[in-house]
Design a protein around this ligand. Sequence first.
Ligand code: ZN
Ligand code: ZN
Length: 342
Amino acid sequence: MKPLTVVRSLTAGLVGIIAFGTVAGAVSLPAWWRDRDPAGDRASLAAAPVSRYVWPTYGYFTQEFRSSFNPSHSGIDIAGSVGTPIIAAADGVVTYAGFVRSGYNYGLGNMVEVRHADGTLARYAHNSRLLVREGQSVYQGQAIALMGNTGNSTGPHLHFELQQVGGGFLDPLQYLPPLSQPVRVGSQIPRQVQPVAEPPVTAQRDPRRSALPIGRRAGLYRWPTQSRQIVGGYVTAMERPHFGLDIAGTLYSPVQAAAAGEVTFAGDRGVLRNVLEIRHADDSTTVYANNHQLRVRVGQRVRQGDTIATLGNLDPYQPPHLHFEIRAANGQPLNPYILLPR
Ligand SMILES: [Zn+2]
Ligand SMILES: [Zn+2]
């Protein structure tokens, strides 16, 4: 049961029980995990450890957080060439975009600062160009800047900082998705996310159904649980995607239809267990997995807010939670976090 051990170690690492370096050093991901086709193997995704962030760029890892070389280094450095896309590590709002002479080493240069919904703050420094403005909402995976060498910098690189709620720097390596090899100075950071300028679903939509891109139709769905505590985020990274939200809640509490529709599936789908799928009037589908008990049958019509199941704890490595997905009419997964009300 080697894969299971891997899952548990990485999950533990993500909640901070074991330092990332230790975990990554002890683990090499099995071939079935590395080589699988994310589109063709969606069912196994629920078992994958997740991070709410994605790597903000790719290139070479050149300096760690609080390095022995420089204990005041408040972020991580990834070097590459000028113009390499810098992408938002998580959804959020741009709270600063401009040139700064302060911050780490008195010169962050062209810097973008993004405040995430959970209160954490990310800073992307030394860019050649900024692609976003202050006040703008950005999506995980969106290109927000281009790599550069501005400010106090000795070569093109991204200086990436993560701050916790209320301030205080975090080591980004502890929060970014683990790679298949431990990350050290000199490590190559692979390109994992295709930068997107818009939410990744605007193609193939039926213009008769909606004049707005699907990713902007916030308000159609409501939260499927009373709780809004996200313990697993939507991750599009090629290496370890997770096309849903894991929302922790009280065991056996109601799971409710996010929108009105018809139940089109009830049962197990691969490793996703006790799954309900509801198809809505716009042909989008919401998916509810990890339930304790299903309360509706296939073919049944439900209204928004109807209790359709009770929240379960079928995943022994997570607190009781609902695995929740939203899929566009063409089957493409959408980030529920963008579509659910704030
Ligand atoms: Zn730096
Ligand atoms: Zn999940």
